[in-house]
Structures are given as structure tokens and as C-alpha cells.
Design a protein around this ligand. Structure first.
Ligand SMILES: [Fe+2]
Length: 175
């Protein structure tokens, strides 16, 4: 290995750039993307082997489906659209880690982007977002990767500027 200057740099933990490269390359794998079963009634997913021990998923999104607002705790991540287009609404703000049930967001913290087929984005720790397929007719498919593997997801509801913590989901809840 190269000369490391800190314990963190000495690990092989994937960076956000590694995850973004992985999700973009995987989203371009047309045979894999075509192998995902699609269900008009709800999202579908297949677990993938992410790089460096990361958690990765191939996800199908029927028209009109979305995740709702959530974050990924300490995990960094990336996702890329393999088919169709996905809208991401996100917050350019760091939320307090705990001890609150409702927060009023300041003006100007909302961000939105549209990720068309082949486009991806990476995000850092404590990223808060929702992802939606706003198409009325087209399924979307995307590839996601997280490192470390998700220890928990906090789910929020949003009414105007007010964000409420609704639920903390742990991996055993997703199985
Ligand atoms: Fe997410």
C-alpha cells in the first residue's frame, strides 16, 4: 500500500467516488438491469455485491413511487439511474443527530435534481433526501451503494418547512 498518514487512510474503505463509479458502471450493465423483475404495484429490489464491503441494491420504481424523506446515518452513498429518470429532493443542512421530534427548516435548504438514465450522484454522511419516480408511465431502475452497510434509516414526514421524525428502521426491519 501507499504511505498512509492516518489510520483512516490506511483502510480500504470505499470512498464516495468509488461508490459513484460502481453505481454508474453497474447502471450501464444492461443485462443486469434487464434481469430485475418489475412489478407495477410496487418497488422491487435485488441485493448486489458492492465494492469494499459496501451494501448495494438494484431497485425498480413503478411510476409514481418514492421513498419518502429519510437519511442514512453515518453511511456515505451513491446512486445512479439505469432506466427512466429519478427525482431527488434533498436538504442542504445537517440535522441534529438526536433528541428532537420536529424541526422547522430554514428557507433555502431545499435542493432538487433530476437524474436521467446514466446520471448518478454521491452523497456524504447525514444526507437527507427523498427519491421519486415522477413519471406517469415509465418504470425507473437505479443502482445504490452505501458504506458502511446501513446501520439504520431515520424516516421523516414533511409538512411545509416542518420535518418530523417518524421512525427509525434497522436492518432487521427490512428483511
Ligand atoms: Fe436514501
Amino acid at each position: 500500500m501507499s504511505q498512509s498518514v492516518s489510520p483512516a487512510a490506511a483502510t480500504d474503505a470505499p470512498t464516495a467516488a468509488h461508490l459513484l463509479d460502481f453505481v454508474r458502471r453497474t447502471a450501464a450493465d444492461t443485462a443486469l438491469v434487464a434481469s430485475l423483475p418489475l412489478d407495477p404495484e410496487g418497488r422491487t429490489w435485488v441485493r448486489l455485491d458492492g465494492p469494499g464491503g459496501s451494501e448495494a441494491w438494484l431497485i425498480g420504481w413503478p411510476p409514481g413511487t418514492g421513498t419518502g424523506w429519510h437519511d442514512h446515518a453515518e453511511s456515505i452513498g451513491a446512486f445512479a439511474t439505469a432506466r427512466g429518470a429519478l427525482k431527488e429532493n434533498s436538504l442542504a443542512v445537517r440535522l441534529p443527530s438526536g433528541g428532537w421530534r420536529a424541526l422547522e427548516l430554514h428557507d433555502g435548504v431545499d435542493r432538487e435534481r433530476l437524474l436521467r438514465t446514466g446520471q448518478g450522484r454521491a452523497f456524504g454522511r447525514h444526507h437527507v433526501h427523498e427519491v421519486l419516480n415522477e413519471s406517469v408511465t415509465e418504470h425507473a431502475v437505479s443502482v445504490h451503494a452505501y458504506y458502511p452497510p446501513l446501520p439504520l434509516i431515520r424516516r421523516f414526514s414533511r409538512t411545509g418547512p416542518v420535518l418530523r421524525l417518524e421512525q427509525v428502521e434497522r436492518p432487521e426491519d427490512w428483511q
